[in-house]
Ligand binder design. Structure first.
Ligand code: ATP
Ligand code: MG
Length: 280
């Protein structure tokens, strides 16, 4: 007989973050299997309780918070200024990004009232802020924001309705250095996130035309999308400078760094604390 876990056992093991080898185990009979399940469950629960103890004692913070801190510190130490803009975004600012009814992203926007939505991206507010900073500061002007973004999505394992975006941008750099700079900034973020195997790929984007995506080598997951300007969208903000920018998803960075297969245990949650399922 070649028995695998029952559906209930498998579900529990997935919740307890069992690895793929464990999930693929087979048994000669149900007695052996059920005993193996009990032992494994006990071990996993004990490990998870130790993890919760570490959080309780202050020895660690949830990894999403830690990653945010690490990335903020890396960018600040490289001359980027952190900004913090509202989560509510006006319809007018979205339309300046060319996101209007006939745009693919339009259908994914959560509207709060007639002309306000939960931001699906950070770029419109960053454009808004940088147009003034370009007047006030010598170039290059480097800013970034990290915070929640919202999109109605259909595909689950790699998409969450609420996720954490990091968007960095640098304005006023020599035109012939843009590609090299994008590569350098992608490397800074990947290195800080502990991801060593990734590649850059040219993609077609609904907003920016061509983008330079940062993709995980192991499974082809898009971790970030980079773009460069001047770009036709800049006109709405009367910006004429050269720029480069990249938007990353923090949950996807974590999932890649830690080898997970579903975003749910890496994002904001009421069922998980730092990836630990609380029903243990
Ligand atoms: P995808 O094609 O994978 O849906 P996208 O190209 O629509 O992503 P971008 O608009 O380029 O996404 O957003 C920048 C980054 O934000 C992405 O590279 C990804 O890491 C992250 N991201 C976008 N949408 C989501 C989501 N729904 N859940 C988690 N992360 C997301
Ligand atoms: Mg993209």
């Amino acid at each position: 007989m070649n028995l695998n876990w029952t559906d209930i056992q498998r579900k529990r093991l997935v919740e307890l973050d069992a690895d793929t080898v464990t999930l693929a185990r087979t048994f000669d009979d149900s007695d052996h299997r059920n005993r193996a399940f009990q032992t494994l469950e006990k071990e996993r629960v004990a490990a998870h309780r130790r993890h919760l103890d570490a959080l309780r004692s202050g020895a660690r913070r949830p990894r999403l918070c830690r990653l945010e801190t690490v990335l903020v510190e890396a960018l600040v130490s490289h001359g980027f200024v952190q900004v913090s803009t509202p989560v509510l975004m006006s319809k007018g600012l979205l339309s300046r990004m060319s996101i209007t009814v006939d745009h693919p992203l339009w259908e994914q926007v959560y509207w709060v009232d007639r002309d306000k939505c939960l931001r699906p991206m950070l770029a419109p507010h960053l454009y808004y802020v940088v147009k003034d900073l370009l007047r006030l500061w010598a170039k290059p002007v480097r800013i970034f924001e990290v915070g929640p973004c919202f999109r109605k999505e259909t595909e689950g394992a790699r998409h969450a309705a609420e996720f954490t975006m990091l968007n960095l941008c640098e304005f006023g750099l020599p035109e012939d250095q843009r590609r090299q700079r994008l590569e350098h900034l992608a490397a800074l973020i990947m290195d800080s996130a502990g991801i060593h195997r990734y590649r850059l790929e040219s993609e077609t984007s609904a907003v920016y035309g061509t983008t330079l995506d940062v993709v995980a080598e192991a499974d082809g997951l898009e971790l970030g999308s980079g773009a460069m300007g001047p770009h036709p969208i800049d006109r709405a903000w009367r910006i004429t400078d050269t720029w480069v920018g990249i938007g990353f998803g923090l949950e996807r960075l974590l999932m890649t760094a830690e080898g997970g297969s579903h975003l749910s245990r890496f994002g904001r949650s009421i069922s998980y604390l730092d990836g630990i399922r609380l029903n243990i």
